[in-house]
Design a protein around this ligand. Structure first.
Ligand code: NAG
Ligand code: NAG
Ligand code: NAG
Ligand code: NAG
Ligand code: NAG
Ligand code: NAG
Ligand code: NAG
Ligand code: NAG
Ligand code: NAG
Length: 406
């Protein structure tokens, strides 16, 4: 009896602790009917400056008590805007088509002037970071459910989402009972790799991967702005594991997008279950280039492979234009890791109206144009020969006719 009471108490307490900081909110539309629902946990980790070359990391959670001011519900777009503490906010933008809805972006805004969260901060600015999580294909009239942890990293901010239940475009005025479960929560259906054959001496030849799917990635400073950084490419990574070279493709529809635009430097961060890649672009006033790459690959077996190069100077084009390279391009990041890009186009600075500016082609693309100078050269040589031959024939004739005159 005592034991059971104890157990009940323990469970109740455990439950209490477990739910200690879940944030549950309901947003009603203009007709006062439920249109947005959220019950989730978010942990934040923010690294900020406290002195010259000195930084500290603040850890905090999305509190239970938040405001929903600024949240909006429309037919095809909705925004959940959660305000908390001294000027911080966490906002999620949803869009809908006929059968499904998705999260377009999450914008986290934090106020470095709040000394209770950011003690000794040298800045008193309010900063925002945007991420595009892979919360897509959620059936209309279902809620998105994800118990698994999802890490969203941008610059110096990491957001950890877990125990998430989210429903936008609620129709009947009440939250749905049906859910769309995130991939991470589904039982793993990964095909078992051919590990059994590794005992044989002959190395198993890895099947050639198909060309990676081209992904469209963009970053905007907030919901109300158009993109400030745009990129399109298919991506493959080749890395050494022991003596073997493995290859892996980035899957765009399973990739979280993060990043930030700056005046002198912009970042694009792509995160999937197996790949984390950060591109850092520099603006050297007139030209931009890819300056740094930091890549982590988590293979199915073995330790993660980390490769960083902060001294690159590729993908060079004028600020205000975009860089394009349709052909497969190879970038040796380190001795052990190589990046292959396909159908690449990037513009890390000065994007206007959410469109790419004129492109500057990579040299690889212009190999055909070598044909033109060669053709012109050959044509000129032939022309010179013809002129010379004509000259000599003419001279001979003249000489001939000269003899006749005299
Ligand atoms: C989130 O933060 C809380 C409080 O610091 C901690 O108890 C919890 O374990 C964290 N959860 C995750 C998933 O990191
Ligand atoms: C701060 O770091 C930069 C580069 O990492 C270095 O050049 C500079 O001397 C450092 N400043 C101080 C005060 O340590
Ligand atoms: C923020 O800091 C700047 C100088 O660092 C100061 O001039 C300004 O008054 C501060 N603003 C607020 C709101 O504290
Ligand atoms: C976006 O625009 C809406 C309405 O125009 C405004 O209420 C909101 O504060 C704006 N958000 C940001 C982050 O500028
Ligand atoms: C991702 O794309 C592949 C095809 O490219 C498709 O089979 C798969 O269903 C998509 N996954 C999601 C979650 O949309
Ligand atoms: C960008 O670089 C220029 C020149 O190097 C410098 O004057 C300016 O302060 C930098 N801007 C920012 C925001 O770092
Ligand atoms: C690029 O850098 C220059 C000099 O630092 C700056 O004037 C210009 O505004 C920057 N361009 C963009 C698009 O940020
Ligand atoms: C690369 O990223 C990892 C993980 O975020 C970080 O620990 C490391 O310092 C980064 N390396 C460089 C050179 O920036
Ligand atoms: C960076 O690259 C330049 C030119 O390729 C080279 O001169 C310089 O030594 C490199 N610096 C480092 C730290 O690798």
């Amino acid at each position: 009896m005592f034991c059971c009471a104890f157990l009940v108490l323990f469970l109740a307490l455990g439950n209490e602790l477990h739910l200690s900081h879940a944030t549950e909110v309901s947003v009603n539309n203009t007709e006062n009917k439920l249109c947005l629902y959220a019950n989730l946990m978010v942990n934040f980790s923010v690294t900020y400056e406290v002195g010259v070359n000195k930084s500290e990391t603040a850890l905090f959670v999305l509190p239970e008590n938040v405001t929903t001011e600024g949240s909006t519900c429309n037919d095809t777009t909705s925004t959940l805007q959660l305000g908390f503490g001294d000027g911080h906010s966490w906002a999620v933008k949803f869009t809908k088509d006929t059968k499904t809805y998705q999260v377009d972006a999450i914008v986290f805004t934090y106020n470095l002037n709040d000394s209770s969260v950011f003690p000794n901060s040298t800045s008193n600015e309010t900063k925002s970071v945007m991420v595009k999580p892979t919360i897509t294909n959620v059936g209309v009239d279902t809620y998105y459910s994800c118990k698994s942890k999802v890490l969203l990293k941008v610059e110096s901010v990491t957001q950890t989402l877990y125990d998430v239940a989210l429903q936008a475009f609620v129709t009947n005025g009440s939250k749905s009972d049906t859910d769309t479960v995130c991939a991470a929560d589904l039982p793993t259906t990964t095909v078992a790799p051919n590990t059994t054959v590794t005992t044989t001496a002959a190395p198993t030849s890895t099947p050639t991967l198909p060309t990676p799917t081209t992904g469209n990635y963009s970053i905007a400073p907030d919901f109300n702005s158009t993109a400030c950084l745009m990129a399109t490419f298919g991506l493959r990574i080749g890395y050494k594991q022991g003596d073997k070279v493995e290859t892996i493709n980035l899957v765009p529809n399973a990739t979280n997008v993060g990043g930030a635009c700056g005046v002198n430097s912009s970042d694009l961060i792509l995160t999937s279950n197996t790949i984390t890649i950060m591109f850092t672009f520099s603006n050297d006033s007139k030209m931009f280039h890819l300056h740094a790459l930091n890549i982590t690959v988590k293979p199915a077996t073995g330790a993660p492979v980390v490769a960083a190069n902060t001294n690159m100077s590729v993908w060079v084009a004028a600020v205000g234009s975009s860089y394009m390279c349709n052909k497969e391009q190879t970038l040796n990041v380190t001795d052990t890791l190589t990046l292959y890009t396909f159908a690449l186009r990037v513009q890390p600075f000065g994007v206007k109206k959410g469109e790419f500016a004129t492109a500057e082609d990579c040299r690889d693309d212009t190999t055909e144009s070598w044909v033109v100078p060669i053709a012109i050269g050959v044509a000129l040589t032939v022309l010179v020969l013809i002129v010379l031959i004509a000259y000599f024939i003419g001279r001979k004739r003249n000489q001939g006719s000269g003899y006749e005159h005299f």
